[in-house]
Design a protein around this ligand. Structure first.
Ligand code: C5P
Length: 285
């Protein structure tokens, strides 16, 4: 038996634009993703000689074929003919679910990355990312990590250069939103402001948190701010503690904020922790 360990980093969407609905029911997106240091850990034990099993430190998460971790392992074995001769999968969860942080996708991507070196001829990261697209729209980015501009469903990726690390505070309210529902709402609402991905790319290259903060834009906010004022309140709270920008990530409900220094971020995190215990300090990976 052999046990493989792989970190699964959360992501935030620094920009997110939803374009047209496609004939396959999905929407074309444009988004700048960044991996952050908040992470789950995946442990895979190969050669157990028993039927496949999955356990998770969070009892709320389904531990069967519905889990993206299981789907990713099954897809990898189907596509490559690799037989682990019994597989025990464990998820040590830190990333909150229903958050817009891509936790499930990060876990699935970690499985693909962990199994890949078991092959005689491992896939390139790009080929592995394309395999991941069959598991979920955010999986390709999670395979590659870093910072990237994503198009299509999220499977067309262009890595971006960044200077330095950003300091984040993430806040998870007890609300959660349905992703398909937010896509439907976006189709029917007018979008007053769309992201400027080019300006965000430059801000990241310059490593200037103030410019990054100014360029934050996620069109999904227009589908939630009116009905869920708590999202706007959390943004205001984070800005009042010195953040240079605050925004919802993905289809929510986590709101993240960017700070100029680790000290400011840690201070803000401490100040809001009593009201929002499900909050985290993290950085660009
Ligand atoms: O691919 P994933 O399972 O993450 O997507 C969940 C749902 O979100 C899809 O079934 C679809 O309704 C919606 N979606 C979309 N366009 C995308 C990604 C997701 O419409 N690019």
């Amino acid at each position: 038996m052999i046990t493989l360990r792989e970190p699964a980093y959360a992501k935030v969407n620094l920009t997110l634009d939803v374009l047209a609905k496609r004939p396959d029911g999905y929407h074309d997106l444009e988004s700048i993703f960044q991996a952050v240091s908040l992470k789950d850990e995946i442990l895979l034990t190969l050669g157990t000689g028993e039927s496949w099993a999955l356990i998770c430190s969070d009892p709320q998460i389904p531990c069967d074929r519905r889990n993206l971790v299981w789907k990713a392992a099954e897809l990898f074995c189907q596509e490559t003919g690799f037989d682990p001769k019994g597989l025990h999968m464990e998820i040590r969860k830190q990333i909150p679910s229903q958050a817009g942080l891509g936790g499930g996708s990060a876990d699935a991507a970690a499985v693909l990355r962990a199994l890949n070196p078991c092959l005689e001829k491992p896939f390139s990261l790009e080929a592995l990312a394309q395999m991941g697209a069959k598991v979920g729209s955010d999986v390709p980015f999670c395979v590659i990590g870093g910072t990237a501009f994503a198009e299509g469903r999220g499977e067309r990726l262009r890595p971006l250069g960044t200077e330095g690390k950003l300091h984040y505070v993430l806040v998870k309210p007890s609300l959660s939103f349905s992703t398909p529902e937010l896509f439907r709402k976006i189709d029917n609402s007018s979008i007053p402001k769309r992201p400027n991905h080019e300006a965000m790319t430059k801000a990241l290259e310059n490593g200037d948190p103030v410019q990054v903060g100014e360029q934050l834009c996620n069109v999904f906010e227009y589908a939630v701010l009116e009905d869920y004022p708590e999202i706007g309140r959390i943004k205001e709270l984070l800005l009042s503690h010195g953040a240079v920008g605050a925004q919802m990530t993905g289809s929510g409900s986590v709101v993240f904020a960017i700070f100029q220094t680790e000290g400011q971020a840690q201070q803000a995190h401490c100040a809001i922790a009593s009201e929002y215990p499900d909050s985290y300090y993290c950085t660009t990976v």
